[in-house]
Design a protein. Structure first.
Length: 70
């Protein structure tokens, strides 16, 4: 019985973690790396920091990319 509750709790926590990462767009880099490695295997994949900088620069250059309040 206890192991069933543990598995259910782990699934719940995993689901909440997935939802929050998607909501906050934390998984964007993971998706980018997967895409780059699959479709452009010879390309250099930027670090997460460089990726976030490119993404922020793109958003600030084009207001249609997303609203930044601060």
């Amino acid at each position: 019985m206890r192991s069933a509750l543990t598995r259910a709790a782990n699934r719940l926590v995993g689901g909440v973690r997935w939802y929050v990462r998607e909501l906050m767009d934390e998984s964007a880099y993971d998706r980018y790396v997967t895409h780059a490695r699959r479709n452009h295997p010879d390309a250099v994949v930027p670090s997460r920091r460089d990726f976030e900088r490119m993404r922020t620069d793109r958003q600030e250059a084009d207001p249609r990319q997303g609203f930044r309040c601060c």
